[in-house]
Write a protein that binds this ligand. Sequence first.
Ligand code: SAH
Length: 336
Amino acid sequence: MTLEELKSEMSALGEKSFRAKQMYEWMHVKLAEDFGQMTNLSKELREKCQGEYSYTGLKPLRVQESQTDGTKKFLFELSDGNTVESVWMRYKHGNSVCISSQVGCRMGCAFCASTLDGLERGLLPSEMLEQVYAITRLTGERVSNVVIMGTGEPLDNYDHVVKFIRLLTDENGLHISQRNITLSTCGLAPQMRALAGEGLQITLALSLHAATDEKRRQLMPIANRYGLDELMEACAYYFEKTGRRITFEYSLLSGVNDRREDAAGLIRLVKPLNCHVNLIPVNPVKERDFRPTAQEDVIAFKNKLEKNGINVTIRREMGRDIDGACGQLRRQALKE
Ligand code: SAH
């Protein structure tokens, strides 16, 4: 619930509206784990809430810590027994959490482990928030950046994701800066346009992975629905409405999209936009046949883009030794 919703809920219970403010602070600032911890509320109110409302909690089932970079991967159990994974990464500029937005995914990208078993359901705003809150409690450190890049397609769970972002960035809550939030999508053009109109200052990342419709359709089924022209127009619109530079994610798959003509196509495609390209060496997934591009070829690809005036970075790989890529930990746990 937003603070406003909580206020009307409290007044329906006959409580004063400052109770809502106190309760909201327990939930979103002090990160209480249940109503019982809210010690400045009357015992009567706490018990009433415990009886009549549900309070989202996630049970940490597994934690894996990378021996090389300290990245931690968490597998959480939801109240219905489903599991989701989230990743905590420590950077010089602060701690970043990568959250899941759905249980599974129905987008079917050819290189991704998260989609192998299809979609179970979208996550509630509270279940997304709680990934950030639980990790804050477990690590004892503040989270400054959140990327919605874990399992699931966030724009396929649009209303819940937008509400989650509003709660996460609310000044009465944890108050994470909107500029420190990135939402990654495989390219649902209408929802990208809708997001542009939400009045948010978050970064939109588009998973491109190919510079022609033909090649993109081989990798990403969603490309059959929305072509590159439509996506680029949606990106330009997002920039126009928000002033936020677009990020394009491009996973390099050896022999598939990493050749000279692929770089040239990518340059032509993104050059007109105010953007940033993030190259990702593909994370090999057992069930899939893709191999990562060799390091020197990644650098050559990057150099080509740079020579053409495009902002480009190579994503630092973290947590490779702990199944860092989308969906791999959950899958392994499911199998076991
Ligand atoms: N559904 C959203 C967000 C989740 S995936 C999206 O598609 O953008 C986050 C990013 O990781 C996407 O760019 C996705 O294409 C990429 N990705 C998925 N599996 C990968 C793999 N095995 N190696 C490298 N990148 C991968």
